[in-house]
Design a protein around this ligand. Structure first.
Ligand code: CMP
Length: 138
């Protein structure tokens, strides 16, 4: 079934000039971009987006990093989008990411890991709506 996932190209990948290469891999893997914008999260907004991790020891670091520079947010459509996108990006820790995955190619560490991908259809919808109004989702 065709469904949707949400991604962010994170500040590390933006700063290194990898946005275009990552979008190319996303398209080559069969995902259709149905919403996209380049923006910068305030600390408050980054904290809100990652509120589910608020109790984790890395939360402060995560919020600092995600608000440190521009990101590209996008909604992607494909059959089995959530699971297939997580396969394309690889493990959260790039040291464990499979060959050929986006994180293996472009991530430096578990914190600065190039891209975010939703972990469920429900969170994909919540995360997409966090960045895009319904008018901006095609
Ligand atoms: P992401 O898929 O965006 O979802 C939560 C993020 O928290 C994750 O990617 C990592 O970038 C970050 N994260 C997870 N574990 C750690 C950790 N141990 N130290 C720093 N950041 C982490």
């Amino acid at each position: 079934m065709s469904n949707r996932t949400f991604t962010m190209i994170k500040p590390d990948a933006t700063a290194k000039g990898n946005t275009g290469a990552i979008l190319s891999m996303i398209n080559a893997a069969g995902f259709r971009i149905v919403a996209m914008k380049m923006t910068k999260l305030s600390k408050e907004k980054a904290g809100e987006f990652y509120a589910v991790h608020a109790a984790r020891p890395f939360y402060g670091e995560l919020v600092e990093f995600m608000s440190s520079g521009p990101i590209t947010a996008a909604i992607l459509e494909k059959d089995n989008a959530v699971e297939d996108f997580r396969k394309l990006i690889g493990a959260t820790n790039p040291a464990e990411a499979a060959e050929g995955t986006i994180r293996k190619l472009y991530a430096a560490s578990i914190g600065e890991n190039a891209v975010h991908g939703s972990d469920s259809n429900e969170n994909a919808a919540i995360e997409g709506d966090f960045f895009f109004s319904k008018l901006e989702q095609f």
